[in-house]
Ligand binder design. Structure first.
Ligand code: SF4
Ligand code: SF4
Length: 121
């Protein structure tokens, strides 16, 4: 996916085009979007759905180390508001989540609630 206000570029990462389910595309979780271009990146950039247009993970927004890129650590982090409008860290875990991602989750959990999504749908 590609995002609006960002501090980095996605580079070779496209894990958010694979890991989450995307209802607008009827894309199940852990399945590459069929619009992914063979060389990487979105193959229908100008027609990508709103979900994709609005998305920027926290790494892309400038948090964490460069080496914590989501495809490298097996986790995507986002801020989210729960039902009580409280900010939580939402972590979407790949099947091969790394120890580094778990360390980041543990560190964040000392500061705010963490919701872990192990997407199955
Ligand atoms: S439409 Fe493009 S940006 Fe959205 S998930 Fe598919 S490949 Fe990624
Ligand atoms: S997970 Fe983040 S860095 Fe990776 S493609 Fe999506 S927005 Fe870009």
């Amino acid at each position: 996916m590609t995002a609006l206000s960002v501090a980095r570029s996605c580079g070779p990462c496209n894990i958010c085009c694979t890991l989450p389910s995307i209802s607008e595309l009827s894309k199940p979780a852990h399945t590459p979007c069929d619009r992914l271009a063979p060389a990487g990146g979105c193959g229908s950039y100008s027609e990508r759905p709103q979900t994709c247009q609005k998305y920027a993970c926290l790494w892309l927004r400038g948090l964490f180390l460069d080496s914590d890129r989501p495809d490298l650590i097996g986790a995507i982090f986002e801020y989210w508001e729960d039902a009580e409008a409280e900010q939580v860290l939402r972590a979407r875990l790949a099947k091969r989540v790394t120890d580094r991602a778990l360390i980041l989750i543990a560190a964040f959990s000392m500061r705010l609630p963490v919701a872990i999504l192990e997407e199955t749908g």
